[in-house]
Design a protein around this ligand. Structure first.
Ligand code: MRU
Length: 361
């Protein structure tokens, strides 16, 4: 399956080449294929905030490369590069609040920095941080492969017949360093003949579902039907959907899951209709420092994302409330699939046990 998955890998959104970070601008997909080059930490922080790059693992990877760019810039200037770099870390950390992969990646970069000798040469410091960022990127890709197989096996454990599944937001190649978390499982299920159809919610207001997920799946010939987000309960009742499969931006120590706004209502609907609910996320998305989902900062994005489309106002002249993530409590989740293993019916003890395991790859 690993080889078949690798052969199916077509899209990528992050490229590190000759010391420049290239990002596929996700604000313009699927209409335009616009790759942009980034040369400073400040530019990368802005790209994360403006969602040129998005999706929890992808944000973390971009931030890691942002630190490398920051170091190169600081080394070229007068003064103590360590002070300057501390400011870059802060800027990158302030770009988006909910996905913990951002802070996880920055911590890894900071720890690597702390392990450097005090008199390290500029070239060696740059080389060490670049290697760390490349490793963060490569290990996310590996984690995607492992999770895809685990998730696919979980689907097969419950039924060997082709299934209809529902997904939300975009959790594919565009959101990760590989070919996806939830979408990776869906791809693997398709390759294994376990998938009849994917119902992808459009994911208002940013339309990750209709612009990105539908595009990724259609490009690969995976049968996909786009739905309005509010069709979910009706479809679960009428379409023999067996799984909802989603990603995560932060999973707390008790197994609560923050993900794109609308995930919580999908989980409630799934429970009501007897549909299984699977969350797929690398261990870099798990935040054992937070006890429960109540502690997760939920990002609110600007009202115009809701009130206008492509700059064209589509709503009445009112205030808008635009929280872009919500928290699904652990007791609505059937399984959390990570590269370290699968936790069924998650709780604090099972999450602690999972996180005590070594990486499998
Ligand atoms: O606001 P976004 O597009 O960054 O939100 C993305 C999501 O909510 C994804 O489901 C999550 O990051 C997992 S991506 C593998």
């Amino acid at each position: 399956m690993r080889e078949r998955l690798l052969a199916a890998e077509k899209v990528k959104a992050i490229d590190w080449r000759d010391g420049v970070l290239y990002l596929l601008d996700q604000r313009k997909l699927p209409l335009e294929d616009d790759w942009r080059g980034y040369r400073t930490a400040a530019q990368v922080a802005e790209a994360i905030r403006d969602m040129v790059v998005r999706g929890a693992p992808a944000i973390g990877i971009a931030a890691a490369y942002g630190v490398v760019l920051g170091l190169r810039e600081r080394l070229a200037r007068e003064g103590d590069w360590r002070d300057g770099l501390a400011a870059d870390f802060e800027l990158l950390a302030a770009s988006r609040p909910t996905a913990v992969n951002l802070f996880w990646a920055l911590n890894r970069m900071r720890e690597r920095l702390d392990r450097l000798e005090a008199d390290v040469s500029p070239a060696a410091a740059l080389g060490a941080l670049e290697a760390e960022a490349v490793d963060i990127h490569a290990s996310d890709r590996e984690a995607n492969l492992t999770m895809a197989q685990f998730g696919m096996e979980l689907i097969r454990k419950h039924s060997a017949k082709p299934q209809q599944v529902m997904t939300h937001c975009n959790t594919g190649a565009l959101a990760t360093g590989g070919f996806g978390t939830a979408l990776g499982v869906i791809r693997a299920a398709h390759l294994a003949g376990l998938l009849e159809r994917v119902y992808a919610g459009e994911t208002r207001p940013w339309l990750q579902g209709s612009r990105l997920t539908a595009w990724e799946l259609a490009n690969e010939g995976v049968p996909v039907s786009l739905t309005v987000d509010s069709a979910a309960a009706h479809l679960m009742k009428t379409q023999a959907i067996s799984w909802v499969i989603v990603g995560a931006d932060r999973i707390t120590a008790n197994g609560d899951v923050a993900n794109k706004i609308g995930t919580y209502q999908l989980a409630i609907n799934a429970m009501h209709h007897g549909v299984r609910f699977m969350v797929v996320a690398p261990s870099s998305t798990i935040d054992m420092n937070l006890e429960s989902g109540e502690d997760i900062p939920i990002e609110e994005r600007p009202a115009h994302e809701l009130l206008a489309v492509n700059g064209q106002r589509i709503a009445a002249d009112v205030e808008a409330c635009n929280p872009v993530f919500d928290v699904t409590p652990a007791d609505l989740i059937d399984a959390i699939v990570t590269e370290k293993g699968v936790v069924e019916r998650p709780d604090a003890a099972k999450m602690a046990n999972l996180m005590s395991r070594k990486r499998l790859h």
